[in-house]
Design a protein around this ligand. Structure first.
Ligand code: GAR
Length: 222
């Protein structure tokens, strides 16, 4: 691997609400030695989420926190932050986590909350991104990995992958084609973060949008 061998591995906390196939892609990349990271905890707001079963199968602590048991989004996020901190998490991954997060979580992990979204942002934020793309009639679609900010799918973009939209596609076909690319893109981006190559640049004076700079990887030792 070209990553810094002396740097500690990235300690990930993964938040899921459903199937957790992106979580699985991350777990698989870690176990294959392709991603220098450890998944320290998986948290879901849905107790029956398959993602929690995937965590348990990988012997990763699986925590269910029912958002309905908390009086506000902030109170729920406080419980999430507590669980993440208890497991030493340094980077939070929203992998199909269908809750809006608040500054309580974002301020606890500045520039270290990553989301994967099934569209080429800024097109088609929010729910049913694949359906939005089909209804609009776009010819290409894809997925985006970005840092999370206070908006919905508005944070600085780290990486994107593109897929074609075919004439006969329905939402399921497009969803599956995009998901296959998500499973490659998310572990790749986390690998760059693990190598400390991903930085948010802010030009406050110019009042510019924060942008992500990705520095080149180390060459493998010859
Ligand atoms: C993925 O397609 C992910 O991009 C999407 O939910 C799916 C979760 O699948 N996330 C969002 O739409 C967030 N706005 P998974 O549970 O199998 O990883």
């Amino acid at each position: 691997m070209s990553g810094a061998v002396d740097a500690p591995p990235l300690v990930l906390g993964v938040l899921v609400s459903g199937s957790g196939s992106n979580l699985q892609a991350v777990l698989d990349a870690v176990s294959r030695g392709e991603l220098r990271a450890k998944v320290a905890v998986v948290i879901s707001n849905v107790a029956s989420a398959k993602g929690l079963d995937r965590a348990r199968a990988a012997r990763v602590p699986a925590v269910a926190l029912d958002h309905k048991a908390y009086g506000s989004r902030e109170a729920f996020d406080e419980a999430v932050v507590e669980a993440l901190r208890a497991h030493g998490v340094t980077c939070v991954v929203l992998a199909g986590f269908m809750r809006i997060v608040t500054p309580v979580l974002l301020d606890a992990f500045p520039d270290r909350v990553v989301n994967i979204h099934p569209s080429l942002l800024p097109a088609f934020p929010g729910v049913d991104a694949q359906g939005q793309a089909l209804r609009y009639g776009v010819r290409v679609a894809g997925c985006t990995v970005h840092f999370v900010d206070a908006g919905t799918d508005t944070g600085p973009i780290i990486a994107q992958a593109v897929v074609p939209v075919n004439e006969e596609d329905d939402v399921e076909a497009l969803r599956a084609r995009i998901l296959a690319r998500e499973h490659e893109l998310l572990p790749a981006v986390l690998g760059w973060i693990a190598e400390d190559r991903v930085h948010v640049e802010r030009d406050v004076a110019a009042n510019a949008r924060p942008r992500v700079r990705i520095s080149p990887g180390r060459r493998p030792a010859s």
